[in-house]
Ligand binder design. Sequence first.
Ligand code: FES
Length: 391
Amino acid sequence: MIPETAHFVRDLFGYASLGFNRSRLARWGRGDDYTNEKYRELAISTADRIHPRAMNLRVVEIIDETPTTRTLRMQRIDGPLPPFSAGQYVNVFITIDGVVTSRPYSISSAPGVPHLDLTVRAKPGGFVSGHIFHKIAVGDELRTSGPSGWFRYERLIDGDDLVFIAGGSGITPFMGMLRGFAGRNDAPRIHLLYGSRTPEDVIFDKELKKLGPRLRGLKVTHVISEPPKGFSGVTGFLDADRIRKSVGNIEGKMFYLCGPGAMLDLCRAALKDLGVGMHRIRSELYGPPEDVTSIGAWPPNITADRVFQVQVEGRSAFDAAAGEPLINSLERNGVVVPSVCRSGECSACRIRLLAGEVFMPPGTGVREADRSHGYVHACMAYPITDIRIRL
Ligand code: FES
């Protein structure tokens, strides 16, 4: 393990040299045109250091947060940590029992510190989260994407009166933001509503208490869905009534949502009921829906375990369950599709549907031009007939 101070100094020099490169590029370039051979390489290497496609990280510490949640504290071993915005995520590339796959996890550490934290809850039956929780040890190396995503605070648009609504491990991007705001005089006012199953499932409980005095007026309201006997706090789920009672006047507030799909649906409907416009809501979806068949538009005659044939052009066909995202069955059959968000938003996993039909949940962000040419996002596509695809 390299001492944190050494990492800090290295990152500082890394940023300084990036600044130097940028001023050289500004001197040489004409506007944003870096196609000239003379400075193209410098432009590419500078961009790659600011927005690396991939990073190699070593786990230097594992912090037990709850009985089912751990934080992997990591240092980058192939360069300085790139700048990022609190709230962004990285996609962890991993091979488990011969299956090459990946999962996005929000960064729970603040920007500007010499390590990167990922806080992972082991979901029951979670193929990747279970592996990370049980198998990853100090000293192991992980490969991830560079920081990505749009779930972040934009002061000019969002103002300085924020409501964070988190469910379960959906607290992690908020933790990155809260840590980043701590101690700053210009920190926004924040009310965190945090839904957990039991008090033992609350992640970062102690740190949230300590952060209060360092954050101008941070208010935390826990909402517990399975409270123990004698529990005196707010109980149940985050519905309109509980949000209104906790938050009070919604005027001028910006709402951020992160958690399981069912919670997001409930909270979006609740905020709509309260009269909050869509432009006052930012949300981060954590992967595909837990049960795609529960979505209203799902064809009622098809069960989750119904099997369809998937023919990848130029390869042999395999069977895939209707209720599983296509990207998972592709990976299990040795077909690796590039992916970053695994939530339908980034387009990295787009494939062409040549024949047959897939279901994509409403709101999946396929561009109109892609849709008209038959492209679908494999991370949010569910086969509902036999299909033929091209990678
Ligand atoms: S991985 Fe981002 S849209 Fe599928």
